[in-house]
Structure formats: C-alpha cells, structure tokens
Ligand binder design. Structure first.
Ligand code: FAD
Length: 415
C-alpha cells in the first residue's frame, strides 16, 4: 500500500488547482490525485452548449493532459475515508495513506429522486444541462420546439451553479422568439426557492427581466415526477403542499443534488453530509490534516468554479504553511463566488458577491447589474481560457488582485 505526503481526491477544478501547485513545490512521488474519470469537463460551458452557442467538444479535455506532471494519478475512485488512520480506500480494495488529505470530489447528482426522470431524460423534449450526455440534447430539443409548454425546474436541494436553471430559461425563451414560436409558447419556471435568485442585489433585476419577457415564475414549486408517456410532470407547492400535473412539450430539469455518498457516510461529514471544514481556513473542523474545497465542502457559499478560484488560494496558503512547518497567519476565505447570469445570446449580468454576506464583490468599477455584451464575451471567450490555462495549473486564485487594483476607479455610490 502506497503513502503520499498529500493525497487529493478529485481531478475537477478544485483538485487540480491544489495538486498542481503542491506537487510543483514538493516534487515527484509526493502528491497523488485520485480520480476515476478519463475526461475533465469544463461544466460552466454547458449552459452555452445547451443554448446552442458553443460546441460540446470545447467543454472537455483528456484528464491525462491536465494532470500535474509531478503528481501520481491514481485512476480509481475512493470508496471509504478513514481519517483516524490517515488513509483512504479505493474501489479495487487498495488503501492509500497520507500525511495531508484534500477532498474535492464535487457534488453528487441524485437523478433517482425525481420519479421517472432517468427513463425520460434525453427523449421527447426532456433534457438537462447537468449531465454530459443530456446537455447535448438541449439545443436540438429547443430547435425542434414548435410551441406549447416549455417548463424549467429548480430542485429543492443545494446544487452547483444555482444560476444555471434560470440561464437556460432565458436562452430558450430568446430562441423561441427567434424561431417565431414565442406567441404559441408558455415559458414556465418552477423553482423550489422563494425567489428567482438568492442575492436580491441581482435577483431584483432578474425578476424584472423575467416579467418583461413573459416568463411565468412559480415559487416553492418542486418537481416530483415525470410521466413521459403522457408528457406530464407532477409538481408540489411546498407552501400549500398541493400537487398539480403540468403538461409539457419541452422540459429542462435541474436535478436534485447532494453530498457524495462516500463522504456522507464518513467521519469527515457534517450533519448533512458535506466535508465539515472551517468556512474561513478550509481546514477540517476535527481532523487538522484534512482540507476540502469546491462543491463537496460545507463552505456556505454558492457552489461554483468561480468560488474555487478564491478557495484554492486560501487552502494552498494554509496547507503549504503546514507542509513547510511555517508559523504564519492563516489565510481566510471571504466567500467570493460569481454567477454570470446569461440572459440572452449577447446579454449577461456579471453577478459577483460573497456567499457569506450576500454583499457584491464586483471586479470592475461599474454597476455590474447592467446587462452587457462585454460581460458575455468575458464569460464565453475569456474565462474559459483562464480556467484551462491558469486555474487548473494553480496560478489563478481569483480576481481579488484585479478588484483591488481597480478599486480607486469605482464611483463612490457603488462601493
Ligand atoms: P467537480 O468539477 O465536479 O469535480 C469533482 C471530481 O471528483 C470529478 O472529476 C469526479 O470524477 C471526481 N470524483 C467524484 N467522486 C469521486 C471519488 N469517489 N473518488 C475520486 N474522485 C471522485 N461554475 C461557475 O463558476 N460558473 C458557471 O457559469 C457555472 N455554470 C455551470 C453550469 C452547469 C450546467 C453546471 C453543471 C455547472 C456549472 N458551474 C459553474 C459549476 C462548476 O462546474 C462546479 O462548481 C465545479 O466544477 C466544481 O468543481 P469541483 O472540483 O468541486 O467538482
């Protein structure tokens, strides 16, 4: 059984951004990345893929081409965590020991929690941007849509990129206008939340836009079941507990999500199942040689790749200080996250805020609630290259330096 100084679980943006830097620092054979998948997906692109604005092929690269060259890639999945003995177990039965563990295994999608969803997905107008297979069906279904009920859902669970369900709603609504079928179409957005977007600063703008575009938003409305033979979905209003059946011609589902089972069942989990880390330092609250970042962590901010930029900088500062036995102040995460709210082919509201306080943390010295094409260009063309070339190799730790540099240009009424 092998032992490593640092073991990283997951080769998503969380795992790669940390393992790249740490393996460069420690050199060969010191860092292992445990990751079963042979493909790495840049999931933020999937909204554009579903909206017909990007090709699916641009969202993936072979995992091997992104693995840090000084790290050992163990292509298997972790089935058990044993933090009392500083080891993890793999599905092949092997155990791997560590001095430090970084958990970045992402969020688990629980397709089974909506009855009939698995069977319906990818057929007869039922789709989801949340999986690499079904995202490729979204745009063909939008193009084939001839009018009727276009229904969009937001689950009653935490989810990655909580803006994604609204983004595809806006993109589809615009596509129906361009296809000349909008006047024969009901665009219905059923969300389990009480608001269209959690942060009011941006949410108010988004709700106004939904109203202007005739998008019917139903709150506290949760998808329970899909009957694909009848093309009917069952929803429950969680305030009144009433259920109703909704006929659909197009249905985009944001599926229920939650912590990965192997984490939930381990001693690293908090009461709900996320890796129980300090929201400031990203260090585990009980096991001081364990850290976590990204979607599987308990950090109470919205689960995005953008959040990982800030999280990775903090985590690496604190982990490297330990590795070098340096007594330095711990770095502290401010909850930074971003949700580029795509509201049209050339329209975007660049929401940037602290998930901890709900306060805007905007990079540019303008009111970012405005809809711009520049924001769309940035998110569609520039941020993907920052992701591939700088976040994954550990050199991009978020826009806070840019924000601080531009601060003096910011009008006083916006601060
Ligand atoms: P992931 O990227 O999910 O990576 C986790 C890795 O862990 C995976 O490679 C997986 O194979 C591996 N793994 C899982 N289980 C195990 C195991 N047992 N053992 C070992 N490895 C394991 N974010 C933004 O910032 N902006 C956006 O606009 C945006 N839009 C999005 C739109 C959509 C449709 C979706 C689906 C996501 C979007 N996101 C967006 C969210 C973003 O993609 C995620 O927050 C980000 O990928 C999380 O990174 P992660 O490293 O925590 O997890």
């Amino acid at each position: 059984n092998k032992n490593f100084k640092v073991v990283v679980i997951g080769g998503g943006p969380g795992g790669l951004s940390v393992s790249s830097t740490v393996s460069k620092l420690l050199g060969k054979d010191q860092v292992a990345v445990i990751e079963p998948s042979s493909v790495h997906y840049y999931q933020p692109l999937w909204t554009y893929v579903g909206g017909g604005l990007k090709d699916f092929s641009e969202s993936s690269k072979p995992m091997g081409s992104l693995m840090p060259k000084d790290a050992e890639w163990i292509q298997d999945k972790v089935t058990k965590l044993d933090p009392d003995n500083n080891q993890v177990q793999l599905s092949n039965g092997e155990t791997i020991g560590y001095d430090y563990l970084v958990v970045a295994a992402g969020i688990q999608i629980n397709w089974d929690q909506v009855k009939g969803l698995k069977e319906a997905l990818g057929k007869d107008g039922v789709t989801s941007n949340y999986s690499p297979d079904s995202v490729q069906k979204t745009f063909p279904f939008i193009q084939d849509f001839k009018g009727g009920n276009a229904v969009f859902t937001f689950p009653n669970t935490p989810l990655k990129c909580p803006g994604a369900p609204t983004k595809i709603t806006f993109l589809a609504e615009e596509a129906f206008r361009l296809q000349g079928v909008r006047d024969k179409t009901n665009v219905i957005y059923n969300t389990s939340l009480g608001k269209i977007f959690g942060v009011d600063h941006y949410g108010k703008v988004l709700q106004k836009l939904a109203d202007e575009r005739g998008i019917k938003v139903n709150f506290q409305t949760e998808l329970l079941e899909i009957d694909s033979d009848k093309k009917e979905a069952t929803f429950r209003n969680n305030a009144t507990k009433e259920t109703h059946k909704q006929p659909y011609d197009f249905l985009h589902v944001a599926p229920p999500q939650g912590p990965p089972t192997f984490i939930k069942e381990s001693k690293l989990a908090d009461a709900v199942g996320w890796v129980d880390v300090s929201k400031d330092t990203l260090r585990h609250n009980k096991y001081s040689n364990v850290f976590a970042l990204g979607d599987c962590s308990s950090l109470p901010t919205s689960k995005t790749a953008a959040a990982i930029t800030g999280e990775s900088g903090v985590l690496k500062h604190n982990l490297i200080a330990d590795l070098q036995s340096k007594k330095v102040d711990q770095a502290v995460y401010d909850g930074y996250t971003s949700c580029p709210l795509i509201v049209g082919r050339k329209q975007l509201i660049l929401a940037e805020f602290s998930g901890y306080t709900g306060q805007p943390l905007e990079t540019f010295p303008v009111d970012q609630r405005q809809i711009t094409n520049v924001g769309q260009f940035l998110n569609k063309e520039v941020i993907p290259s920052i992701y591939w070339s700088a976040l994954l190799d550990g050199s991009w730790t978020g826009p806070s330096t840019v924000r601080n540099a531009l601060k003096f240009l910011r009008p006083a009424n916006l601060s």
